[in-house]
Ligand binder design. Structure first.
Ligand SMILES: *Cc1c(COP(=O)(O)O)cnc(C)c1O
Length: 428
């Protein structure tokens, strides 16, 4: 049956009157792939259904959090149970303690952890903490790295290897960008050079880049960042908002065995509700108010519903075989996409770690933002539209990862690969 989109279209028209661009986060508008958004009515396991009743195999997973799929019964039970006791208190609760115990146990570098409500808040707070603890202002981030929409992190690279940041968004004051140094991802020498003055508070990095599309760290890169930051008294922050509990239970930190000073987590850690956290070495964390002079707070921080959902998600992920299963599914998807690409005679670079993957429409290799940007985004856009028409909900941007969940099965993977082959064969 041909798909129709009348209900989504009507909702989009209403939405655009009262919400800027009709969406509450810009990528959802699907502008870069030349499509209108579909409005989602419900999700169940690996499947989402839109307002018109069209179904899709979901590869977005709410941009990472839904590693257990949609409407996981155990998560819903945990939320219902918590909800029966009230929804928010603004006073400490037991579930926050249990959440903190689970997160610090998963990530041994965290002597302590503080919960917040979004990844943006986690990285913003971790940076303030690093600046407060070191008494330094400068920070280093990677070109193409995304850490949420805090002013000092919405900074673009200028030209050259290591550049003082220029505002990456209207509304970011030059003053907020001037202390941010931007260097290419996977270029340890550029970081070493930028650290040499001894005046950098923190290096913040996605240990596996995910927001320029999936780009794994080159061998030795994370180790070199660790050594260089230690040498200069600079705090190393791993932003594991995407990779934490995704690429291994203990995140990239566990997967690569490199220990930063602070870690930010989010997405999966909220079990599909708004929660994130930052934590790390006790001597650094003790600078936070009320123990120390670095202020950080939140009315809904540690919200009992979000904590209960996150805690249950972590319990489920700790069961044996979780990450082996995700690896199996990921490998099957990668192999199927490569076969589809070969059949279509296209050059692709597929970067994958476990259950996160990006198919770059370029021969590659893609090792940083500059090489990612060589991708043919027009061809990607037509691929996206073809996939959606065939019932596959792919991320609507070339520079994003797609995610598998434990709710996906071999059947869905094979359907995705068949749709990819058809979409590549007849671009629309
Ligand atoms: C998603 C993401 C963020 C921002 O998290 P929000 O909850 O959207 O504010 C920060 N860092 C990384 C690596 C992310 O993937």
């Amino acid at each position: 049956m041909p798909r129709t989109y009348a209900a989504s279209k009507a909702l989009f028209e209403r939405a655009q009157r009262v919400i800027p661009g009709g969406v509450n986060s810009p990528v959802r508008a699907c502008r870069s792939v030349g499509a209108d958004p579909v409005f989602i009515a419900q999700g169940d396991g690996p499947i989402v259904t839109d307002a018109d009743g069209n179904t899709y195999i979901d590869m977005i997973g709410s941009w990472g959090p839904l590693i257990l799929g949609h409407s996981n019964a155990e998560i819903l039970d945990a939320i219902k149970e918590a909800m029966g006791m009230g929804t928010s208190f603004g006073a400490p609760t037991e579930v926050e303690v249990r959440f903190a115990e689970a997160v610090t146990a998963a990530m041994p570098v965290m002597d302590m952890v503080r919960a917040v409500s979004s990844g943006t808040e986690a990285t913003m707070s971790a940076l303030r903490l690093a600046r407060g603890a070191t008494g330094r202002d400068k920070i280093i981030k990677m070109d193409g790295g995304y850490h949420g929409h805090t002013d000092c992190l919405l900074v673009a690279a200028g030209s050259g290897a290591a550049t003082l940041g220029i505002p990456g968004s209207a509304g970011v004051p030059a003053g907020a960008a001037k202390d941010t140094i931007v260097v290419p991802y996977n270029d340890a020498a550029a970081v070493e050079q930028a650290l040499a003055g001894g005046d950098v508070a923190a290096v913040i990095v996605e240990p596996i880049a995910g927001n320029m599309g999936t780009v794994p760290p080159a061998p030795g890169y994370l180790e070199a960042l660790r050594a260089a930051t230690a040498k200069h008294g600079t705090i190393l922050i791993f932003d594991e908002v995407m990779t934490g509990f995704r690429v291994a239970y203990g995140g990239a930190t566990a997967r690569f065995g490199v220990t930063p000073d602070l870690v930010c987590v989010g997405k999966i850690v909220g079990g599909g509700l708004p929660a994130a956290a930052f934590g790390g070495r006790g001597d650094i964390m003790r600078h936070l108010a009320p123990l120390g002079g670095v202020y950080q707070a939140g009315t809904l921080s540690g919200n009992p519903l979000a904590m209960a959902a996150g805690l249950r998600a972590l319990e489920i992920l700790r069961r044996p075989g979780t990450y082996e299963r995700l690896e199996q599914l990921g490998a099957r998807l990668e192999a199927g996409l490569l076969a589809a690409a070969k059949a279509a005679g296209h050059d692709f670079c597929i970067n994958r770690i476990g259950s996160m993957l990006t198919m770059f429409f370029t021969a590659g290799p893609v090792t940083d933002y500059a090489t990612a940007k060589r991708a043919d985004t027009a061809l990607f856009a037509s691929f996206f539209r073809g996939m959606r028409e065939r019932g596959i909900f792919w991320a609507p941007s070339q520079f994003e990862a797609v995610f598998l969940s434990l709710a996906h099965s071999e059947n869905e993977i094979d359907e995705i690969c068949a749709a990819a082959q058809a979409s590549l064969a007849s671009p629309k």
